[in-house]
Design a protein around this ligand. Structure first.
Ligand SMILES: NC(=O)c1ccc[n+]([C@@H]2O[C@H](COP(=O)([O-])OP(=O)(O)OC[C@H]3O[C@@H](n4cnc5c(N)ncnc54)[C@H](OP(=O)(O)O)[C@@H]3O)[C@@H](O)[C@H]2O)c1
Length: 399
């Protein structure tokens, strides 16, 4: 596909915190035949990134640099037309992301991002999914910690269960680590626009439901103490559960009737109170422009947890799955790795780009999830890159 394009991959946002880590990962792991380029709005910063990459591997000393500001639509379109794939870390995506999605959908260019902003993903589906289906572009959002471990972890769990019985899966996240400015700004802006995003989600549901092949639901979730884990489970309303359900609607292996619940695991009840209080405080403060601006000014773009902090950070997502039917199988799986937000996110985004560039994948186009677009091939890549996908209990359950 599009072998005549100048590049296989353009990494847009290479001067930012997560974009820089992604560039470093590609410099250390990309195969020699990858034709790639760095893009960003500031030429001087791009040259500094390229110098750093040349120190990792001298082959990259002549890497092409594309100076592109998202406000400059002709430049965004030219970038999208020059490459088979764009991976972008230019966020918050609701503020900066649309021009590139539009350009990729138009040009038939595969698009990857790191968004955890549900309103942005729904708006892009409404505006560009149909065009991308026509052009053949794969628009794959949320290729970082949001939502690869959840989406591919649920997919991996489903592979262990019968495909002809109703399936119930709970995903339980444990995580520690810091936040970058980009993540913090994206969260505040998503909080600020919750009502607008709910309206967009309702419009998408009204149109997207028509294509459902099977029953797909949320499992009823409430805060409760889990005896097996010895911890509190708090329903987690992040984008991850939406992505899992989208994969379930698209792929037959999720069976005739699929339900999913998504939790964060917290050891102490007092910490549950602190978490809920903190989120409520941010939610309220983000509604009013003066307090929102004050919050946004607390962190500067480009900041994030340092290498020492990242080395101490970990995540795991445990999946408890069962089938309801004569076979009544149950299985527990886990996905785990190091620093979720940045080190592993950079790895996940880079491996997703390499997977689209080089692997044999199912045919698909339009807005698709990581499970739909890459499934087994991306799981295999991430395993080789040190992210564990493991059956803890009930191994080999699928007959
Ligand atoms: N869901 C996840 O798992 C996950 C994990 C990590 C990050 N993220 C998301 O990734 C995004 C980036 O995070 P980050 O911490 O890397 O942020 P960051 O350090 O602030 O980087 C933002 C990048 O966007 C670029 N940029 C800003 N405005 C631009 C414009 N008008 N035109 C072109 N480029 C522009 C910046 O360029 P300059 O350097 O020139 O300013 C920089 O390269 C955020 O939305 C964050 O939520 C998600």
């Amino acid at each position: 596909m599009n072998a005549e394009r100048l590049y296989d991959l353009v990494l847009f946002g290479a001067t930012g915190f997560t974009g820089g880590l992604t560039a470093d990962y590609l410099a250390a792991h990309a195969p020699a035949q990858l034709r790639w380029a760095l893009a960003g709005r500031n030429r001087g910063k791009l040259e500094q990134v390229r110098q750093r990459l040349a120190a990792i591997d001298a082959r990259w000393a002549q890497l092409s640099l594309l100076t592109v500001d998202v406000e400059d639509q002709p430049a965004v379109r030219a970038m999208a037309a020059s490459t088979r794939i764009v991976a972008t870390t230019v966020g918050p995506y609701a503020r900066h992301g649309e021009a590139l999605v539009a350009a990729c959908a138009q040009a038939g260019t595969d698009y990857l991002d790191l968004t955890g902003e549900p309103g942005f993903v729904d708006a892009m589906w409404l505006k560009y999914h149909a065009r991308a289906v026509e052009s053949g572009a794969r628009l794959v959002h949320s290729c970082g910690f949001d939502s690869i471990p959840h989406d591919l972890g649920a997919w991996f769990t489903v592979q262990q269960l019968p495909s002809d019985e109703p399936l119930r899966i709970e995903g339980i996240v444990r995580v520690n680590g810091g936040f970058s400015a980009g993540t913090y700004h994206s969260a505040i802006e998503a909080f600020a626009h919750l009502r607008r995003d709910q309206r967009v989600a309702a419009r998408r549901r009204a149109q997207d439901r028509a294509s459902d092949q099977r029953e797909v639901h949320s499992l009823a979730a409430r805060i409760h103490h889990d005896r097996e884990l010895g911890a509190w489970l708090v329903p987690l309303p992040t984008i991850d559960a939406q992505v899992v359900r989208r994969s379930a609607r698209a792929l037959d292996c999720y069976g005739p009737d699929f339900s999913y619940a998504h939790y964060v695991q917290i050891r102490k009840l007092s910490s549950v109170g602190i978490l809920l209080g903190g989120v409520t405080g941010l939610l309220v403060a983000a509604q009013l422009p003066p307090t929102r601006w004050w919050l946004l000014a607390r962190k500067r773009s480009g900041e994030g947890p340092d290498a020492g902090q990242r080395a101490r950070s970990r995540f795991s997502v445990r999946f408890r799955g069962r089938s309801l039917g004569p076979q009544a199988r149950s299985v527990t799986c886990e996905v785990r790795g190091g620093d979720p937000g940045y080190t592993e996110t950079a790895k996940m985004l880079a491996e997703s780009a390499l997977c689209l560039a080089f692997d044999t994948l199912p045919a698909c186009a339009g807005q698709v999830t990581t499970a739909q677009a890459m499934g087994a091939a991306l799981v295999a890549r991430l395993q080789r890159a040190g992210i564990t996908f493991e059956v803890l209990d009930g191994a080999g359950a699928r007959p």
